[in-house]
Design a protein around this ligand. Structure first.
Ligand code: PMP
Length: 348
């Protein structure tokens, strides 16, 4: 955790204690006050630093990990980067099975942080032997002394946010937060924060409303509403790190009040809007979160006295070949899908 030390002993001491920054422009026409928990301020530039450090240190405490052991994980990039960073400092070998949907920049970055990277096809079922889950499981059984982080099915993922991000937000808002809006992938971020905020707000007689952001093409929202896994909900989409084609046990669906689904194009334009108008260079899912807020506001979700905290999970630098690249945006047809007035906020 960040302290007010003059000198830090290593980069891991800077994990957590990220700033809460008021949104002044992108939400100015919406009801309520908006604050962004900007996770790009972590040294690994995403919220995943928190879970990598927490899970690895918990494994050390339990005597499961020893110097020189191997850490294996499936990742869309951010978790991999954070695990690689922690592994360097603590002296572990790091193997990552990565989805082919991840940007080439992210994959190169992981390699530059000393990780061994296996790139696996994105659009196969989770139980396909080529999927990154199955590849990671196989490597885990083949490599002696290896630990599989398994972020989608590891309750310590939720625990990391319960112990750090949740308390930070409660303190930063003086307990006045009324809504949390956060993307759900593994669900660790939203569930861990929600658990802490709901506990605290119950003590003072309020109830923080927790809204998850899901992607069109993902099963999470439907599962939340019906508790049934509906394969028809699943189809390819562009946003990385948000939504899922399986039900992660790291998500506590009972702590989430509702989900809002967002689409690729609007989320990409919203990410650009945050960078353009707030000077906050954030990733694709931060745009997804803003898009969800826009839709919720239009549907009358918020009132003027509300204090809404939105989590911005990572940094824009990881999307230079995608959301922040006009050719990529053009190739996806994202410039065609919006009215001219909204195109004006882009670089073209
Ligand atoms: N945004 C990005 C960029 C991510 O990589 C992730 C993690 N998959 C999320 C949001 C969602 O966070 P969580 O896994 O904690 O639900």
């Amino acid at each position: 955790m960040r302290t007010d030390k003059k000198v830090y002993n290593n980069v891991l001491e800077l994990v957590g204690s990220t700033p809460l920054i008021r949104l002044n422009s992108v939400t100015k026409d919406f009801q309520g006050e908006y604050f962004a928990k900007v996770e790009a301020f972590n040294p690994g530039h995403s919220a995943k630093d928190r879970i990598a450090l927490h899970i690895i240190e918990e494994a050390e405490r339990q005597g499961i990990l020893k110097q020189g052991d191997t850490i294996i994980e499936t990742t869309s990039g951010n978790t991999g980067f954070s695990i690689a960073m922690v592994s360097i400092i603590k002296g572990y070998r790091c193997i990552l099975a990565v989805s082919s949907k991840s940007s080439p920049d992210k994959i190169d970055m992981l390699k530059s942080m000393g990780a061994e990277v296996y790139v696996c096809p994105a659009n196969v079922k989770a139980d396909d032997p080529r999927s990154y889950y199955e590849v990671a499981k196989r490597l885990h059984t083949e490599i002696e002394g290896s630990v599989y982080i398994n972020q989608y099915f590891n309750k310590l993922n939720l625990d990391a946010h319960y112990k750090s991000t949740g308390p930070e937000i409660w303190e930063q808002t003086d307990g006045e937060i009324t809504h949390l809006v956060a993307c759900s992938g593994t669900g660790g971020t939203i569930s861990g924060i929600a658990k802490y905020l709901k506990e605290q707000s119950r003590k003072v007689g309020t109830n923080v409303k927790v809204i998850g952001v899901d992607a069109y093409g993902s099963v999470l929202k439907k599962y939340h509403e019906t508790r049934e896994f509906d394969e028809k909900e699943i189809y390819p989409y562009r946003i990385e790190g948000l939504g899922k084609n399986l039900i992660p046990t790291a998500t506590d669906f009972d702590l989430i009040d509702k989900f809002e689904k967002v689409a690729d194009a609007e989320s990409a334009h919203s990410a650009r809007e945050i960078s353009n108008k707030e000077g906050l260079f954030v990733g694709y899912t931060s745009g997804a979160a803003l898009q969800a807020i826009r839709q919720l506001n239009d549907a009358g979700e918020f009132k003027s006295s509300d204090k809404i905290v939105v989590v911005f999970p990572d940094h824009g630098s990881r999307y230079m070949g995608k959301v922040y690249n006009d050719q990529w945006m053009e190739a996806q047809g994202f410039f065609d899908e919006l009215p001219k007035s909204q195109k004006a906020i882009n670089y073209v």
